[in-house]
Design a protein around this ligand. Structure first.
Ligand SMILES: [Mg+2]
Length: 272
C-alpha cells in the first residue's frame, strides 16, 4: 500500500459513543489497519488533549501520528517521546484574534453559557447553548454581531445528543478542521489522492464538503446527511453498511469508506 493520510473525527466517528450499535469486530479491524506501516493516522476532534488521551485509553484506540485538537486550533505531532505542539500553526491562526474582546462581545447573548475552563483553548472559546434555542437563527445573529465588531471568527455549532444541549465553538476564522488538515497535508507532503477524512456531524462539514475525499459514517445525524445532499461519490461516500458484514457505524463506516476510495486497502482488509 502507498503512503496514506487517514484523518478521523473521534466522537461518534471512531469512538462508538452515539446511540447506534457498533459492529463487534469493527474497532479491532480498524486497529489492525491503523498499524499498517504505510498509514499515518490523524485524530481530528473538538476534544482537547487530556480528553483525547482519556478516549484513547478508555476505548483502546490506536496511537495516532498526528492530532488536530480543539476543532482545528491545535496540532500535535506524536512521537515516541510524546506529544509535540506544532507552534507554527498556533502562530498562524493566532494573528488578529483578540480572545478576551470576543468573549466580552458575546456576553450579550443570554442563551450562551461559557463551558468549563478545561474546554477552553488559547484559540477557542466554547459555550453551551440552551436547549430549544433556534440554532441557525442564533448563529446568524452571533456571526453578524462579531462581523460588525470587525472580528474574523468562525462559528462551529453542534448538538450533544446525550445531554441534548447545543455546543458552540468560536475560533479564529483561519482555524478549522479543514484548514488544519490542509496545513498538515502540505507540511507532511500528502496530496488529496492519498488523504481521506471520516466524520459524522456539523463540525465536520467543512471537510466533508471540501475536495478532500471523505466518508460520512452511517450513524451520522440526519441534518448532516441533508447538508451533504447529493455530493458525488468521487469525493464523498456515505457509509451504508454491509462491508465485511459490518453495519457502517463508527469504525465500520470509516473502513467502508477506506475500501471505497483506496482499492489497495480494500484488498488488504479483505485478507484479514
Ligand atoms: Mg463527531
Amino acid at each position: 500500500m502507498k503512503r496514506r493520510l487517514l484523518c478521523v473525527d473521534l466522537d461518534r466517528t471512531l469512538i462508538p459513543n452515539g446511540i447506534q450499535a457498533e459492529s463487534k469486530q469493527a474497532l479491532a479491524l480498524f486497529r489492525q489497519f491503523a498499524a499498517h506501516e504505510a498509514l499515518a493516522l490523524v485524530y481530528v476532534t473538538g476534544r482537547h488533549r487530556s480528553l483525547i488521551e482519556q478516549g484513547i485509553a478508555e476505548y483502546g484506540l490506536p496511537q495516532p501520528d498526528f492530532v488536530i485538537a480543539d476543532v482545528g486550533t491545535t496540532i500535535y505531532r506524536i512521537t515516541a517521546t510524546g506529544w509535540h505542539r506544532w507552534h507554527a500553526w498556533s502562530a498562524l491562526i493566532g494573528q488578529d484574534w483578540p480572545r478576551a474582546d470576543i468573549d466580552r462581545l458575546l456576553s450579550v447573548f443570554t442563551a450562551l453559557k461559557r463551558q468549563e475552563a478545561d474546554k477552553q483553548g488559547r484559540h477557542k472559546l466554547s459555550y453551551y447553548v440552551e436547549p430549544g434555542v433556534g440554532g441557525q437563527e442564533l448563529m446568524d445573529d452571533i456571526a453578524t454581531h462579531l462581523y460588525q465588531a470587525g472580528m474574523k471568527s468562525s462559528l462551529i455549532w453542534s448538538i450533544d445528543e446525550h445531554a441534548s444541549i447545543g455546543l458552540l465553538d468560536v475560533l479564529p476564522a483561519s482555524a478549522s478542521k479543514l484548514h488544519a488538515i490542509r496545513f498538515l497535508m502540505q507540511q507532511a507532503n500528502y496530496d488529496t489522492e492519498h488523504t481521506l477524512f471520516a466524520g459524522d456531524s456539523g463540525n465536520d462539514l467543512d471537510v466533508l464538503l471540501s475536495d478532500i475525499p471523505s466518508v460520512l459514517v452511517a450513524n451520522a445525524e440526519d441534518d448532516v446527511r441533508t447538508a451533504v445532499g447529493q455530493v458525488h461519490e468521487d469525493v464523498l461516500y456515505v457509509a451504508r453498511g454491509g462491508y465485511l458484514e459490518m453495519n457502517g457505524n463508527y469504525a465500520a463506516g470509516i473502513l467502508e469508506g477506506v475500501a471505497h476510495f483506496w482499492p489497495e486497502a480494500d484488498t488488504w482488509l479483505r485478507a484479514r
